[in-house]
Ligand binder design. Sequence first.
Ligand SMILES: Nc1ncnc2c1ncn2[C@@H]1O[C@H](COP(=O)(O)OP(=O)(O)OP(=O)(O)O)[C@@H](O)[C@H]1O
Ligand SMILES: N[C@@H](CCO)C(=O)O
Length: 319
Amino acid sequence: MAVYTDVTAEELSRFLAGYAIGELLSYKGIAEGVENSNFLVHTSTGNFILTLYEKRVAEGDLPFFLGLMEHLAARGLNCPQPVKNKDGGILGRVAGRPAAMVTFLEGMWHRKPTAVHCAGVGEALANLHLDGADFPMTRPNALSVNAWRPLFEHAGARGDSVRPGLCNEIVAELDVLETSWPRGLPQGVIHADLFPDNVFFLGDTLSGLIDFYFACTDTLAYDVAICLNAWCFEPDHSYNVTKGRALLGGYNKVRPLDAGEREALPMLCRGAAMRFLLTRLVDWLAVPEGALVKPKDPLEYHRKLRFHQTVKSAADYGL
Ligand SMILES: Nc1ncnc2c1ncn2[C@@H]1O[C@H](COP(=O)(O)OP(=O)(O)OP(=O)(O)O)[C@@H](O)[C@H]1O
Ligand SMILES: N[C@@H](CCO)C(=O)O
């Protein structure tokens, strides 16, 4: 995460007084990530993560995200746990922002994931889908196909300043996605942002998943498409079919994709590429002044989109 909102030691100590997790010993902002403000908080009882929810997180959605983390952990999935305050609540306010304290997860994420890590993430994603099946709350995906054109219009013609001709390409692709978007596939809880920086490993063994703040109710196979985009491309922008085969194999071992999901995979991958191209484009064009944040490259997803446009069938992904 980034740090958009500063927190003073006095504010943090006041907030911590509402919890039974000891005295504040030290804390520091975490520069990684782009969505919320995160702090590593060291108290006399251990390490915690304090998250201040920023622009994209609607306060009304927080019970869904935090409740989901509790639900998945109760099913055995390793993810951060919201810490209850002395009143039994999990949501508070720090520096004027909604805030929660969650448990610290051991492990580190891999900047250069291998096929072994891809297999691990495929398996973990399928487990998340199965474990989420009886989560009682729902949340529509605010960043699915219907949201893409308004998002694009928000960036407007400025998109061409990032790459000449980009706007026309996006409009043409949106026309295709809006008419051909797969409907009627199995739905459920999806993570919707399971990138390498949200998956922790101890050595090569997956140790946990973080960052459930895009989680929602949507097409399960769309989550697979998001992961193929995030995990299976090389720095030279080529698709690595060995990694794709590993990720899809890991997923299928736990929750086999059905015929409809397989057939829809290329379109779902195009949609996933469009989603991240657009949110990155909007962020790229609007970095808040003075923020400790490095925006992510939208054109990485433009290249991925171009690859998916050439794909004939799910076999091209290694399925
Ligand atoms: N529960 C946790 N345990 C340990 N470290 C954590 C935890 N939550 C967050 N972090 C640290 O903070 C970093 C950023 O967290 P996170 O990915 O949730 O931020 P974000 O702003 O939502 O990022 P993204 O750009 O992935 O959406 C992680 O890479 C990790 O280093
Ligand atoms: N994982 C996202 C950032 C959080 O939405 C990206 O890489 O664009």
